[in-house]
Design a protein around this ligand. Structure first.
Ligand SMILES: Nc1nc2c(ncn2[C@@H]2O[C@H](COP(=O)(O)OP(=O)(O)O)[C@@H](O)[C@H]2O)c(=O)[nH]1
Ligand SMILES: [Mg+2]
Length: 288
């Protein structure tokens, strides 16, 4: 499979800057997982910039494209406030929520002096509670949990109370990505949201959605559903290793304006870093 950069390179090599070049750039963006709607909007903008700036060579056109992509995506400004901070992890089953919680826990251990606690809010499957408990054990992070099938809102409620009582700082709260049906899941999540808002100041509570970079345009509809129900604060892109094309961030961030917070690039705790827009865009447009 060709990267977006390589697709563009082959267009630039064989074409002059004309309408058919713009159409091919649009196709290349769609191929790179940017999504049809975003690709059309990006190329419309590119066309008008090229006209306005009288761009005549592909180097300048690529630079203009970079600027347009840059304006369509935002970095999340990760910071911790005084008092208890809670990050709620959302996303469909299997995208990498629990793994990302473990990675962010490790990241905070390495980069801050804050005390982190995991809340095992995915009570839908017994295995999910065991999985987060195991991460907690490995990392030396306290895990608040109840038995399988218990109310996830109650788990998070307990976590907030105990973290306040112990003077700890950060709660990373897991959720189930699946219920008996979608409207149940959304209702459950909205209940959790209310519980948290009753116990913490709004600015100390952030909602992160995890999306799997390998699922392509599906990611956009996942984010739309969760964002409508809960108004998301940030995106975590998982599995941005291997064959992932990554253009999905441009369709999500461009359409919904949600900033990107972290990127996961493997199964190890250290395969995780704050989203670096420059590095991401350079990677997206890189050629070999
Ligand atoms: N290669 C790779 N695998 C990942 C990454 N994040 C999660 N995974 C794997 O994806 C699978 C599902 O992850 P999990 O955290 O259980 O997903 P959840 O259902 O959303 O909690 C596991 O096998 C993880 O090891 C990543 O960044 N890269
Ligand atoms: Mg999980």
């Amino acid at each position: 499979m060709k990267s977006l950069g390589n697709l563009l390179k082959s267009i630039f090599k064989t074409k002059t800057i004309d309408e058919s070049a713009f159409e091919d750039i649009e196709d290349a963006l769609i191929e790179g997982d940017v999504g049809a709607a975003a690709a059309v909007a990006i190329v419309d903008e590119l066309r008008s910039v090229a006209k306005k700036e009288k761009i005549a060579d592909f180097e300048a056109l690529k630079e203009a494209l970079y600027r347009i992509l840059d304006s369509r995506i935002k970095e999340y400004d990760f910071k911790l406030n005084d008092g208890v901070n809670l990050f709620l992890f959302l996303g469909v089953n299997g995208v990498g929520k629990t793994t990302s919680i473990a990675k962010l826990g490790k990241y905070l251990q390495d980069h801050t002096d804050k005390k982190v606690v995991f809340a095992a809010g995915d009570t839908f499957r017994a295995a999910a509670i065991e999985q987060i408990a195991l991460h907690g054990q490995r990392l030396g992070i306290r895990v608040v949990n109840q038995q399988n099938g218990s109310d996830p809102g109650a788990v998070i409620f307990d976590a907030i109370d105990s973290v306040k009582a112990k003077g700890e700082d950060v709660i990373l709260a897991d959720t189930a990505g699946r219920m008996h049906n979608k409207s149940n899941l959304i209702k459950e999540l909205q209940k959790i949201d209310k519980i948290i808002l009753n116990k913490l100041p709004k600015e100390n509570y952030k909602k992160f959605i995890v999306i799997d970079a390998t699922t392509g345009q599906n990611g956009l509809s996942q984010v739309e559903i969760f964002n409508e129900a809960l108004s998301l604060d940030g995106i975590i892109l998982s599995k941005y290793d291997s064959a992932a094309k990554g253009g999905i961030l441009l369709s999500i961030s461009g359409k919904l304006g949600i900033p990107v917070a972290f990127v996961g690039t493997g199964e190890k705790y250290g395969d995780f870093a704050p989203f670096d827009k420059k590095k991401y865009l350079e990677g997206l447009l890189a050629t070999d």
